[in-house]
Design a protein around this ligand. Structure first.
Ligand code: AMP
Length: 287
């Protein structure tokens, strides 16, 4: 692949994507907040297989951070990010908005926000008020700017994926949303920019989150139907490993509704979020 196009303005993104379209290339958008790791790169590989052109965005979106969250400390590593993306060879252009105003022209306080449906206040949304409204607000803006054919998101942030599918279908946005599998360390810990907040000792204990969710998944696969007891055990296991548990739940994998024993069996997913030290980790396991 020739040089990656690095762009900072909405007008230039429109021009680049316009040129791609004029030559009948399909376009995939991979939005990120930077601090690029192998999980982000795997999304671009997924995108590269499905579309002719891959546009990555790097923007730490202020509206998805709540009061007291890590907006100020969120790792900003643009130089390394560009090197990692270049080495991957799967991205054609990177949009790094030159200021917050490039995305929110009227500023954050005056910005039009998307008001997401009740699912946005469950699971992670119950612990991060307004988070998914902020995610939807930035994703809608990025979709309007780039007008891609595909929006590629990670299954690691599963509730985000389901809610962005909902955003696209409810607002009839002309884009297909696709989820890409979670990239993990050998010990099961999902790659995440927030793993850098872990101390050495916390890093050793962190894979317990994935192991515990996988354990719940295995038990259900083997026929256990008493979810309440399984989830109670899972929480104890996490607490014993030093986590403060936000939630561990079993949901319908399609729409994240609470499974109802009377319905025909559907595909399920175990989701969890737990804090260890100053890191809040999330993960999920499909059943
Ligand atoms: P972030 O920069 O954390 O906002 O993530 C940007 C995109 O990368 C989102 O769609 C995430 O779901 C996805 N992502 C984050 N971590 C991983 C991972 N370990 N494997 C695959 N995708 C990921």
């Amino acid at each position: 692949m020739s040089e990656i196009i690095n762009t900072a303005t909405v007008a230039s993104v429109r021009e680049i994507v316009g040129d791609w379209r004029a030559s009948h290339r399909s376009v995939a958008l991979v939005p990120t907040m930077g601090n690029i790791h192998a999980g982000h790169i795997s999304l671009t590989e997924f995108a590269h297989e499905l579309a002719d052109r891959v546009l990555m965005t790097i923007f730490v979106n202020p509206t998805q951070f709540g009061a007291g969250e890590d907006l100020e400390n969120y790792p900003r590593t643009l130089k390394q990010d560009m090197a990692a993306v270049k080495a991957a060879g799967t991205v054609h252009a990177v949009f790094v908005p030159k200021s917050i105003k490039a995305i929110y022209p009227y500023g954050i306080d005056e910005a039009i926000q998307v008001n997401m449906p009740p699912l946005s206040r469950e699971l992670c949304g119950a612990f991060r008020p307004g988070h998914f409204d902020g995610v939807a607000s930035v994703v809608l803006r990025l979709l309007n700017i780039a007008q891609p054919d595909l929006l590629i998101l990670g299954e690691k942030d599963y509730q985000q994926l389901v809610l962005m599918e909902r955003l696209v279908s409810d607002l009839r946005l002309p884009v297909s949303v696709l989820g890409a599998p979670t990239e993990r360390h050998a010990d099961g810990l999902a790659l995440s920019s927030r793993n850098r907040y872990l101390s050495d000792d916390e890093r050793v204990r962190a894979p317990t989150l994935h192991a515990t969710l996988a354990g719940v998944g295995n038990a259900i696969r083997e026929g256990e139907r008493n979810y309440a007891i399984l989830l109670e055990h899972a929480k104890h296991k996490l607490e014993a490993a030093g986590f403060a548990v936000d939630y561990v739940e079993v949901r319908d994998a399609k729409d994240l509704s609470v499974p109802n024993g009377r319905q025909a069996p559907r595909e399920l997913i175990v989701l969890g979020a737990a804090r260890i030290g100053s890191a809040r980790l999330i993960d999920n396991v499909r059943i």
